[in-house]
Design a protein around this ligand. Structure first.
Ligand code: ADP
Ligand code: ASP
Ligand code: MG
Length: 431
C-alpha cells in the first residue's frame, strides 16, 4: 500500500553548523504541505567527539569533562546563531548533556559496548532538539519524537538488530497519530532501545538505516537521503577524480556497492526498501534541485565500472599445525569463532592446507579471534590493508587500481573483481 508519506534523512554534514541548519529549513520549506518524517543525525563530527569522551571515561584519562565541555560549547554556539538567547532549547539541550555528566560521575561500566550506547546517542538527541526548535521558530511546525520509544532492538550493543514486530506496533500506535496532525515529525537516526529501555545503536552511519525502518513500517511513498554529493557516484569523489553520477541504480546494485564499502549509504538501508518497493533518492543538500540518483527495482543493466574501497582490513591466514587438510570440522570451528567475535567477513579463500579470510579490523576483534584459534591452528595476520571492489570491471580500471600495490588476495565472480591490497613500500617501488 502506498500513501503520500515521504521520509527524509539529513546526515551529519547537512547540519554541521547554523548555516547548514538554515539550509535544511529552506529545503523543507518546499515540502511544508506534505506528510514528512525527518530523520536527523548528530551534527558534523559530533559522534567522533563523543567516542573520544567515552574512551577517555573508560580509560579514566581525566580528559572526559574537558572534551564534553568543548562539545557543549560548539552546540551552544550553533543555537546562538539560530534562536534568541531566551529560547527554551538552551535548557532542553543542557538537560540532555547532563545525561553524559551523570555517566561520568560513575565508575565506567566494564561492558564497553553497553557504556558506549548509553552515551553515544546524545549527539542525535541534541541535534534533533536544535533542528526541531529551529524549524518551529522558522514557521515550520515540527513534532520531536524520541526514536528510542519507537525502534526496538535486541541487546547486541553497538550493532543492535531490529525487532520488527514491536517496532511496527510502535509505529502504528505512536507515529501514525502524529502524522494525522499538521506539521513534520522529526526524530533521531542511529539510536533505538531494548525492551528494558536501555539505549542501543544500529552501527556507525546507521541513520540511513533508521530512515529505511521508518519508511518500511509506515509504507512511505519514497525515501530521500540528503548528502554533500550530487547522488551516488561511480566512486568516492574524495578518493577518485573522474567520477560520474549514476541517475538510476537497482536495489541489488546498491546493496552490493554499499556492502563492499561505498560509504554513501549504510548497507542495511536498501533491503527494507526493496521489500516494499519504496524508491530511494540520494539528493544533494547543496543543489537540492538536482536530479540525484534514484534507486529502485527495475533499472536497465548497463553500468559503468564502479569502485568501492573498504579500508582498515585484515587478512587472517589460518593453517593446520600438522599440515593436514583444512577439513569440514575445522571450518565449522573457525566459523563458530568468527561468529563469536562478530568478524565482518568480506572475502575468503581456501587451499588444501590453509584458509584465508579478509575481515574489517574493528577494536580488538581480530586479536580475540586469533587467540581463540591459536591453540589448534597456525595463524598469520596482515593488517592495514584495503579491499577494492570493482563492479562491471574493465581491465584498464583494474590495472590502474593495482598500480603501486601488492595484491594479497584476488577473487572474481562474473563482472565483479575484488582485490585485497597493501601499498608497495617506497623502496621497492623505486627499484
Ligand atoms: P552523511 O552526512 O549522511 O553521514 P556521509 O558523509 O556518510 O553522509 O556520505 C556522503 C559521503 O560518501 C560523500 O561525501 C562521499 O565522499 C562518500 N562516498 C563514498 N562512496 C561514494 C559514492 N560511490 N558516491 C557518492 N559518495 C560516496
Ligand atoms: N551519527 C552517527 C555516526 O556518525 C550515525 C549517522 O550519522 O548515520 O555514525
Ligand atoms: Mg555519515
Amino acid at each position: 500500500m502506498t500513501n503520500s508519506l515521504k521520509v527524509f534523512k539529513f546526515g551529519g554534514a547537512s547540519v554541521k553548523d547554523a548555516a547548514s541548519v538554515k539550509n535544511v529549513a529552506s529545503i523543507l520549506q518546499k515540502y511544508s504541505t506534505q506528510k514528512l518524517v525527518i530523520v536527523v543525525s548528530a551534527m558534523g563530527k559530533t559522534t567522533n567527539a563523543i567516542e573520544k569522551i567515552i574512551q577517555a571515561h573508560a580509560q579514566q584519562t581525566g580528559e572526559a569533562r574537558d572534551l564534553l565541555e568543548q562539545l557543549k560549547q560548539q552546540h551552544y554556539q550553533i543555537i546562538n546563531e539560530l534562536v534568541d538567547p531566551t529560547h527554551e532549547v538552551y535548557d532542553t539541550v543542557n538537560d540532555i548533556f547532563v545525561e553524559i555528566d551523570w555517566v561520568l560521575d560513575e565508575e565506567p561500566d566494564p561492558n564497553y559496548d553497553f557504556l558506549y550506547d548509553q552515551m553515544i546517542g546524545v549527539g542525535e538527541l541534541v541535534s534533533t532538539t536544535i533542528v526541531a526548535a529551529y524549524l518551529n521558530h522558522a514557521g515550520l511546525p515540527t513534532q520531536w519524537v524520541d526514536a528510542r520509544g519507537i525502534i526496538r532492538t535486541d541487546d547486541i550493543y553497538r550493532e543492535a538488530w531490529v525487532q520488527w514486530d514491536t517496532t511496527m506496533e510502535n509505529m502504528q500506535e505512536k507515529i501514525k497519530p502524529l502524522l494525522e496532525k499538521d506539521g513534520f515529525v522529526l526524530t533521531q537516526g542511529f539510536i533505538a532501545s531494548t525492551e528494558d529501555n536501555y539505549t542501543t545503536s544500529l552501527g556507525r552511519e546507521g541513520s540511513d538505516y533508521t530512515a529505511a525502518i521508518f519508511s518500511y513500517c509506515l509504507d512511505a511513498e519514497s525515501m530521500s537521503i540528503w548528502k554533500d554529493v550530487k547522488g551516488v557516484l561511480t566512486a568516492d569523489p574524495r578518493k577518485f577524480k573522474n567520477v560520474t553520477k549514476l541517475d538510476f541504480l537497482s536495489y541489488r546494485e546498491a546493496i552490493e556497492m554499499t556492502y563492499y564499502g561505498a560509504k554513501v549509504i549504510h548497507p542495511k538501508t536498501i533491503k527494507p526498501l526493496q521489500n516494499k518497493n519504496i524508491p530511494l533518492f540520494v539528493k544533494s543538500f547543496i543543489e537540492p534541485e538536482g536530479s540525484g540518483t534514484c534507486i529502485k527495482a527495475e533499472v536497465e543493466d548497463h553500468y559503468p565500472p564502479m569502485v568501492a574501497i573498504e579500508t582498515n582490513q585484515a587478512l587472517i591466514h589460518i593453517s593446520t599445525r600438522d599440515f593436514s587438510f583444512v577439513a569440514e570440522h575445522h571450518l565449522k570451528e573457525i566459523f563458530d569463532k568468527v561468529a563469536t567475535c562478530r568478524l565482518n567477513v568480506h572475502m575468503m579463500q581456501n587451499t588444501a592446507i590453509s584458509f584465508s579470510i579478509c575481515v574489517t579490523d574493528i577494536d580488538d576483534r581480530v586479536e580475540r579471534f586469533c587467540s581463540m584459534v591459536q591453540d589448534e591452528f597456525n595463524v598469520v595476520v596482515d593488517k592495514d590493508l584495503e579491499l577494492i571492489t570493482i563492479r562491471h570491471y574493465q581491465k584498464e580500471v583494474l590495472n590502474q587500481l593495482r598500480h603501486g600495490k601488492i595484491v594479497l588476495l584476488e577473487g572474481r565472480i562474473r563482472r565483479t573483481v575484488q582485490i585485497v591490497v597493501k601499498d608497495v613500500p617506497i623502496l621497492e617501488r623505486i627499484e
